[in-house]
Design a protein around this ligand. Structure first.
Ligand code: PLP
Length: 426
């Protein structure tokens, strides 16, 4: 099983057999409140009628069309709808089937872009410690997760990392953006000085690091990264697999922070998590740089059998319609104060060493059990599940991100579920 404690799971399996709106149903007939939007992806809640209907009718009408040298209208329509809600300036779309594939695609676009412009000496990719960019080789190379380095050895060469921005000493219990640490963006200048700008193709960051524990950037940090990358002709890639599609209370993280990258990586919420799909958005300048040479020649030597798959495209269109009909891409902003107050009411509960929040994302960091890291948070996860709440843990951090249809009462319920768990675990 993926990212699972296999032996523990097989001893006492946790199985979902159905889902509707904010709840899962377990195999033993219990209702579980979804505090994590599945895996940060079911932004409109479960089994939404428009999406269900779109998938069924698309399967009957056009199940598959080759993605190479052929097209079908829904993929183009979806690309246009994505561009409609994307930050201004990002107006071309490449489809993929996951966040990991979107990351690889974005890194390849960045490298190839400099080459087609005759600037092939720009081969370096800069990521960040504690970055998570999926599980493929490019993504784990620019990512900054120690287990990947320990387990998989040989990664891409020509990669360097900025420091992460998490600082409990200075920023514990921040509400919204942490106050301290904007200067960490200047580490990029140090890296540029070390390698020279002429060797650096791109910098990739998550606007808010999700999977490594909700690490919220210090105020001003992303703006500064934008200034430095622009100054040196380095492409800035935002990995918005989590922050995209309303999670922060704005359509994208780029909107929240007022910073537009050159390339934006998305997946998850694009189809409400229902059908695997990702999309990489690029600026016209990047797109146009490829559109040269003989017209019968493939301009960007990349793609997947399932790129822009018709059923995924139909699911994406129905998802974006659902978001629009219900105002979900901005609903997180309305709920954010309630979410913030509820989360921070856990301050002082056992084991809690930090609470942080942004939009409809929140994290509760626990003091690890000495000698048994991750065990305490895992116990909280098990207790919550037993009591009817789905939370997610990473390390000793509880990370939560409910569907954007969550009610204020359900926020209260979820946080009380966590409170009970914290009081009952060792
Ligand atoms: N990038 C980020 C920021 C993510 O959070 C994730 C998944 O959580 C990925 C990439 C990988 O996405 P996937 O699991 O769809 O490959």
């Amino acid at each position: 099983m993926p990212f699972t404690a296999n032996r523990q799971f097989k001893k006492s399996p946790r199985m979902f057999v159905a889902a509707k709106d904010m709840h899962y149903t377990t195999s033993d007939g219990r209702q579980v409140l979804d505090g994590t939007a599945g895996l940060w992806c079911v932004n409109a809640g479960h089994a939404r009628p428009k999406i269900v209907e779109a998938i069924a009718s698309q399967a009957a009408e056009l199940d598959y069309a080759p993605a190479f040298q052929m097209g079908h209208p829904k993929a183009f329509e979806l690309a246009n709808r994505i561009v409609d809600i994307a930050p201004k300036g990002l107006d071309h779309v490449l489809f993929t089937n996951s966040g990991s594939e979107s990351v690889e695609t974005a890194l390849k676009v960045a490298l190839a872009y400099h080459r087609v412009k005759g600037d092939g000496s720009r081969f370096r990719l800069i990521g960040r410690e504690r970055g998570y960019h999926g599980v493929n080789f490019g993504g784990i190379s620019v990512g900054g997760i120690v287990t990947n380095r320990k387990m998989f050895g040989s990664l891409l060469t020509g990669v360097d990392h900025m420091p992460h921005t998490h600082n409990l000493t200075k920023n514990a219990f921040s509400k919204g953006l942490p106050e301290h640490g904007v200067d960490l963006a200047d580490e990029l200048e140090r890296i540029v000085t070390l390698h020279d700008a002429s060797t650096i193709a791109a910098v990739i960051v998550e606007p808010v690091a999700g999977s490594t524990g909700v690490l919220i950037p210090p105020a001003g940090y992303l703006k500064r990264l934008r200034e430095i990358t622009k100054k040196h002709g380095i492409l800035l890639i935002f990995d918005e697999v989590i922050t995209g599609f309303g999670r922060l209370g704005t359509p994208f993280g780029a909107d929240y922070f007022g910073v537009t990258p050159d390339i934006m990586v998305t997946a998850k919420g694009l189809t409400n998590g229902v059908i695997p799909m990702g999309a990489v958005l690029v600026s016209a300048e990047i797109h146009d740089a490829f559109m040269q040479g003989p017209e019968h020649v493939i301009e960007f030597f990349h793609g997947y059998t399932y790129s822009g798959n018709p059923i995924a495209s139909a699911a994406g269109l129905a998802t974006l319609e659902t978001y629009k009909d219900e105002g979900l891409l901005t609903r997180g902003a309305e709920l954010a104060p309630v979410w913030q107050d509820a989360l921070h009411s856990l301050k002082g509960e056992p084991h809690v060493i930090d609470i942080r929040n942004i939009g409809l994302v929140g994290a509760i960091e626990l003091e690890p059990i000495a000698g048994s890291p991750t065990k305490r948070a895992f116990s909280a996860f098990l207790k919550c599940f037993e009591d009817g709440y789905l939370i997610r843990t990473t390390g000793d951090i509880i990370a939560m991100s409910p569907p954007l249809i969550v009610s204020e009462a359900q926020i209260g319920e979820l946080i009380d579920g966590v409170r009970t768990a914290l009081r009952s675990i060792d």
